[in-house]
Write a protein that binds this ligand. Structure first.
Ligand code: 5AD
Ligand code: SF4
Length: 435
């Protein structure tokens, strides 16, 4: 009963958490394997943010039950946000053996040893800061470091404050140490992760360290180490942070700034705590201080009572910002959230899909325009590996987080090269290496 397979769904945060679980298991004598068929224990790290994410997991667990026929000792465990949300019902209805919420991972080995185990207690302090995660499915170049856990924003649509609990930050010292360690192993692109990194705060013997200071410390490790971060809440992205991004070449010129809607009425109902005007001011400030900064966003289509005018306002704002990319979703009611309790989910499914498709089509145009503006420009690209479609090509990313494909030549993954962009689609840039 020693081979464990960990499968990860959902956000980058979950990917980082799976590394923590992996490390805790290794320390307890377990072996991480790469396929469910070799495993005695299958752990699925899950997301609860939308209903379709959860449905996918229920189906996956259902399919996995067939493996139990060949291996009656096989154990299946659910980790993460869905574990926290659905608790015992996963044992009763989905027939899983282990349910462990995001703050229960230190106890994971003990939970595996029991015949059935549910541990979904949330903590106010747990940050796993002393645990150096294993890098699962890594390319050896990009890594995530979780710098804080939990969320206290309580956007009315969102389940995360309930599944991940109170906000807490890890010590800056442990974060910098992990980043140094990764750099020494050859990693060159690090993303600092939190639900709202701008509210990172750590009291270091009476001196308060905020996110701007933290990111500066990580950037100073080495100019060859690229630093990214996600996610920022528009209400508290600070001028000091914008300033640090502008000042350090190795802090990537890319900000993910989820807007959710372009209508003040919707923003208020979502409890986002900012207006469209305030959001635009932030964008203006970013553009002024960091002219080459790429900006992406998250958008929800069809939130409770959204009118066609609200929807149009979202599309107008998307055009105004000219987002380089976006993650777009239709509203999915989550039980227990304020929206589920207070506001009827009153936009018909087909209408949500229609609005979402309009938003997706618009973003495709905006992304294409953004990529076209790069044609003729030269970017420093960090090589991340071979192109999946063509073995004679390599791919890498620009500081702006855009994927670039170019001829292989002598170069290797982990190197920086200068590439001139010659062509593009809405998703990819194509370029030529400058000699
Ligand atoms: N329905 C649809 N999308 C949601 N998101 C969060 N909660 C919901 C929901 N109930 C989206 C938001 C958030 C991203 C991670 O997921 O856009 O920024
Ligand atoms: Fe999904 Fe949110 Fe949990 Fe990440 S924190 S796994 S996005 S519900």
């Amino acid at each position: 009963m020693k081979n464990v397979y960990i499968e990860t769904y959902g956000c980058q945060m979950n990917q980082a958490d799976s590394g923590i679980v992996g490390k805790i298991l290794q320390e307890n004598g377990y072996i991480l394997v790469n396929s469910d068929r070799q495993a005695d224990v299958i752990l699925i790290n899950t997301c609860a943010v939308r209903d379709n994410a959860e449905r996918r997991i229920h189906n996956r667990v259902h399919d996995l039950q067939s493996l139990k026929k060949n291996n009656p000792h096989l154990k299946i465990g659910i980790l993460g946000c869905m574990a926290e949300r659905l608790k015992e019902s996963l044992v009763n209805e989905d027939k899983v053996d282990i349910v462990a919420g995001p703050d229960s991972y230190r106890r994971i080995a003990a939970l595996i040893r029991e015949s059935f185990a549910v541990d979904v207690e949330l903590s106010k302090e747990e940050t796993y800061e002393d645990i150096i995660p294993v890098e699962i499915n890594t390319d050896g170049i990009s890594a995530f470091i979780s710098i804080m856990r939990g969320c206290e924003n309580f956007c009315t649509y969102c389940v995360v404050p309930y599944t991940r609990g109170r906000e807490r930050s890890r010590s800056s010292e442990s974060i910098v140490k992990q980043a140094v360690n990764l750099f020494e192993q050859g990693y060159r692109d690090i993303t600092l992760l939190g639900q709202n990194v701008n509210s990172y705060r750590y009291n270091d013997n009476g001196r308060e360290i905020d996110f701007a200071e933290l990111i500066e410390s990580v950037a100073q490790i080495n100019p060859l180490l690229r630093v990214r971060f996600a996610t920022s809440h528009p209400k508290d992205i600070s001028d000091r942070l914008i300033d640090v991004i502008a000042r350090y070449d190795n802090v990537c010129k890319y900000i993910h700034l989820p807007v959710q809607s372009g209508s003040d009425r919707m923003l208020e109902k979502m409890n986002r705590k900012y207006t469209v005007e305030y959001y635009k001011e932030k964008i203006n400030k970013i553009r002024e201080k960091i002219p080459d900064c790429a900006i992406s966003t998250d958008i929800i289509a069809g939130f409770c009572s959204e009118t066609l005018d609200d929807h149009k306002a979202t599309m107008e704002l998307m055009k105004w910002v000219a987002y380089d990319s976006a993650y777009m979703f239709k509203y999915s009611e989550r039980p227990g959230t304020l929206a589920a309790k207070k506001y009827p989910d009153d936009i018909a499914e087909e209408e949500k899909i229609r609005r979402l498709n309009e938003i997706i089509d618009l973003q495709r145009e905006l992304s294409l325009e953004s990529n076209r503006r790069d044609i003729g420009k030269v970017f420093e690209v960090l090589i991340e590996g071979e192109s999946k479609r063509d073995k004679n090509k390599l791919f890498g990313r620009t500081s702006q987080n855009k994927v670039v494909i170019f001829d292989k030549g002598e170069n290797r993954k982990g190197e920086y090269i200068k590439v001139e962009i010659g062509d593009c689609t809405s998703a990819t840039l194509f370029g030529k290496k400058l000699l």
